[in-house]
Design a protein around this ligand. Structure first.
Ligand code: NAD
Length: 295
């Protein structure tokens, strides 16, 4: 049994912390929001007075926060308060530069650190089936892996500091683009009088096959578990897709990479978000695609 401090008990962090308790660890948790703290308490965690108080004496510290500025700020606060030899892991999705800054901060205080963003959404967080994409030194990764295994089913070491965040934004850029492509194909099929099921039956076993089609089909019917069958309730909200595509564009600009489709996908999701649909599942982008017809 390890002593684990968990900071950031939102939609993802709350159920992840609960899974650590379930696995038999002592979890000392902190969040700014009272309701999140109460939920964590009823899940079996001990609630600390502050983030710095939570990390005192912990073997491992985990953060699950909205953006890079929150992670750098919380790490600045907690790293000096951590026990000698402890490990700090950030599971938030943040920009590569902030991730590297956070690693440097930990290194200055002699702490091992890992960036470990996730894919799998709130369902994966609840079911402990997340995929973790990790960046950091071999020794830090070896320490993080057994802890992350309590919250996920696939733990991948992608490389050095920031490599986990790089893998996450590259993956989600593929996802954002491919969902628009699948939505466009269904919108075209509708105009051509081809049924959803016929397109699905062909494309899901042909070269158009991809996750956005076969697991997360953006029209109701062919994949009963996809959000399209549930009014496009997230799932993975469109405003989070805007966030990840923006991180990808920032990274592409900083690194000098050309990502023309990633840029266009970012603009399309931004327009959907600006029209008031930020809380709609990202597969609902097909509605936006249909609305462009004739424009
Ligand atoms: P959320 O907004 O529900 O939770 C974030 C939590 O951090 C909140 O409870 C907030 O009060 C807390 N927080 C903010 N600043 C804090 C501070 N200084 N000290 C302590 N707590 C603080 O967000 P979420 O959906 O849980 O997502 C968390 C991260 O995971 C984000 O980076 C997001 O991009 C990423 N992510 C989310 C999903 C998803 O489906 N929700 C999927 C993959 C990755």
């Amino acid at each position: 049994m390890a002593s684990i401090a968990f900071i950031g008990l939102g939609n993802m962090g709350g159920p992840m912390a609960a899974n650590l308790v379930r696995a038999g660890h002592k979890v000392i948790a902190f969040d700014l929001v009272e309701a999140s703290k109460n939920q964590a308490r009823s899940d079996g965690a001990t609630i600390a007075e502050s983030a710095a108080a939570a990390v005192k004496g912990a073997d491992t510290v985990i953060t699950m926060l909205p953006a890079g500025k929150h992670v750098v700020s919380v790490w600045t606060d907690v790293v000096p308060a951590m026990a000698k030899g402890a490990l700090i892991i950030d599971c938030s999705t943040i920009d590569v530069e902030s991730a590297k800054q956070a690693h440097a901060l930990a290194a200055r205080h002699g702490m091992a650190s890992v960036d470990a963003p996730v894919s799998g959404g709130t369902g994966g967080a609840k079911g402990a089936t997340l995929t973790f994409m990790c960046g950091g030194e071999d020794k830090a990764f070896s320490g993080a892996k057994p802890v992350l295994e309590n919250m996920g089913k696939k733990i991948v070491h992608c490389g050095g500091a920031g490599a986990g965040q790089a893998a996450k934004i590259c993956n989600n850029m593929i996802l954002g683009i491919s969902m628009i492509a699948v939505g466009e194909a269904f919108a075209l099929a509708e105009k051509l009088g081809l049924s959803h099921q016929a397109l699905f039956d062909v494309a899901s076993t042909s070269s158009g096959q991809c996750w956005s089609l076969t697991t997360y089909c953006p029209v109701p019917g062919p994949v009963p578990t996809s959000p399209a069958n549930n009014g496009y309730k997230p799932g993975f909200a469109s405003n989070l897709m805007v966030k990840d595509l923006t991180l990808a564009q920032d990274a592409a600009n900083a690194a000098g990479a050309a990502t023309p489709l990633g840029k266009h996908a970012q603009e399309i999701y931004k327009a959907f978000d600006a029209a008031g649909h930020g809380g709609v599942d990202f597969s609902g982008i097909i509605q936006h695609v249909r609305s462009l017809a004739g424009k």
